[in-house]
Design a protein around this ligand. Structure first.
Ligand SMILES: [Zn+2]
Length: 531
């Protein structure tokens, strides 16, 4: 029977897990010293090893002959666990078991002693998908956990997990796996599987899988179905990125403000059953590549595309300004979020394209071509405008400004407006973010005592208590962690600015992209704020 490579080569012990030493070493020590927690929260993007580590942990704490915190892989418990036939280890996917009743079943099971093992282990994947009622039921169980029960909750979206749950768990953050680690793992596995894999091909797979080992191995699998000797060409065929000229066509049309042609291409893709959410993601990916070309010298190794696509991307990049690219990206990201809940994904994406082509000018001026349902577009745009009028806009700093209806015909360019540390709307959820930070990175949280924050467009402004703390935060090697926590919380990227209360602004100069974003903002590139 054929087994997918990512299943076949799933790590069986902590030492096999790639790129997460901060997690595996701590877990091993805890198991060795018999100091494990009742509940764990594993967070990180897909394919970084969360479920794998949960399974290894479940084996190791129950193994009959553990060695140095690792499972022996030979005893009855280890073997049954690896076969998936151990009744004391429960795996549940919250995406498909999100209701109160599902958790109730779990709660009823928790009270019984394990059958074979020392501990019953409940692994709940994608835990952020649980309903509010289910979270409450889970919380009750976690408040009084029986001695013989361990919980491991895993999620890609920690900001959707209630703080009451987070605070009861020991939290481990799984990093994206480094490209070079993925490359060497791919080469090792290819060798064991008698597959030829060129350096180029391994690099390309690693880059396309964006730090996720499972995606990398799935792609290797697909490549192996084409040929036993895998080169760059095979990878691009298998990944379906050969013949994706339509992406560059759409982007080119956007940059030429040719909404009609862009919409026609989308209409054709829609007719061919292309998933529009995926299409939006692909557009974002290529727009990001264009941003890198504009903003960073020699960014080729950061780009997620085929080497032969770089020339076309560079050509498109030469015709747009960085400000435009940042505006495109911001609108596309916004569209991607909205597509999740949109009743008509097609309309949502079409609206986005029209905005990109027109800078959100009135719909009458867009010159929409054939194939577009204009009346439904008008209706949807009307809805959005009402929404925009009731939500605070990027530039509103006083509470009265939010109530002002936003003029549709207002030109997108606004006068330069600097962030004012004496007059801003403080972010109500900042304390929540600080609490997460305190738990994960107490060192940097200490510098943010009595701080405040405010979001303006794509910029995240942090107002520290004093100049001294601003310097401390900036000097800390942990600023990336701070940015990561904020990114995780909102699920999007920001430019960062640090200020001291009652003083002039200090620019965060460490990242050239932040400067560029700030420039975009000062030019009045409109950025819509999400609710
Ligand atoms: Zn064992």
């Amino acid at each position: 029977m054929y087994r997918a490579l990512y299943r076949k080569w799933r790590p069986m012990s902590f030492d096999d897990v790639v790129s997460q030493p901060q997690v595996t070493q701590t877990l091993k020590n805890q198991i060795k010293n018999n100091k494990t927690a009742h509940a764990y929260l594993f967070t990180g993007s897909r394919g970084t090893g969360k479920t794998t580590c949960a399974r290894i942990f479940a084996k190791a704490i129950n193994c009959l002959n553990p060695k140095d915190g690792e499972p022996c892989l030979e005893c009855e418990i280890c073997k049954n666990a690896d076969n998936g036939t151990l009744s004391d280890i429960f795996e549940m996917d919250a995406a498909s078991n999100s209701k109160v009743d599902d958790i109730r079943e779990l709660r009823e099971g928790v009270v019984y002693m394990p059958e074979m093992c020392r501990y019953k282990v409940y692994i709940i994947d994608e835990v952020h998908m649980l309903s509010a009622g289910a979270f409450n039921a889970l919380l009750k169980t976690m408040e009084e956990p029986p001695e013989h029960v361990k919980f491991i909750l895993a999620t890609t979206e920690i900001h959707k997990v209630p703080a009451t749950i987070v605070s009861r768990c020991q939290h481990f953050d799984f990093r994206r796996i480094r490209t070079e680690d993925i490359v060497s793992r791919l080469k090792y596995i290819a060798g064991e599987e008698n597959l030829g894999l060129t350096d180029d091909a391994a690099q390309l797979i690693a880059r396309l899988s964006d730090g996720g080992m499972r995606d990398a191995l799935s792609l290797l699998d697909q490549c192996a179905a084409y040929s036993e000797n895998i080169d760059g060409q095979i990878v691009s065929n298998a990944a379906g990125i050969a013949g994706r000229d339509y992406l560059f066509d759409i982007i080119e049309k956007i940059t030429k403000k040719d909404a009609a042609s862009a919409l026609r291409t989308i209409s054709e893709l829609y007719g061919m059953s292309k998933d529009l959410k995926v299409l939006c993601g692909e557009l974002i990916e290529q727009m990001r590549n264009i941003m890198l070309i504009k903003a960073v010298d020699g960014a080729d190794d950061l780009m997620t595309c085929l080497p032969e696509e770089i020339a076309r991307l560079k050509q498109i990049a030469s015709g747009v300004s960085i400000d435009q690219v940042l505006m495109y990206l911001s609108q596309l990201q916004d569209c991607s979020d909205k597509l999740r809940g949109a009743s008509s994904k097609r309309t949502e994406l079409e609206m986005c394209i029209i905005r990109l082509c027109t800078g959100a000018a009135p719909v009458q001026q867009t010159g929409i071509g054939a194939g577009v349902d204009v009346s439904s577009l008008m209706q949807r745009i009307g809805e959005l405008e009402r929404h925009a009028a009731s939500a605070p806009t990027a530039s509103s700093q006083q509470s009265t400004a939010a109530a002002e209806p936003k003029s549709v015909k207002k030109a997108p360019v606004k006068p330069l407006k600097k962030f004012d540390v004496n007059n801003y709307t403080p972010l109500s959820e900042w304390q929540q973010i600080l609490d997460i930070l305190k738990q994960r990175y107490p060192d940097i949280a200490a510098f943010l005592d009595n701080s405040a924050a405010a979001i303006e467009g794509d910029t995240f402004n942090i107002i520290c208590a004093s100049e001294f703390f601003v310097k401390k935060v900036k000097a800390s090697s942990d600023t990336d962690k701070l940015k990561q926590v904020i990114h995780d919380f909102y699920g999007r990227d920001f430019g960062f600015m640090l200020y001291a209360a009652n003083s002039v602004d200090i620019k965060d100069k460490e990242n050239p992209i932040n400067e560029l974003k700030e420039r975009a903002k000062s030019l009045g590139i409109e950025v819509e704020i999400k609710k």
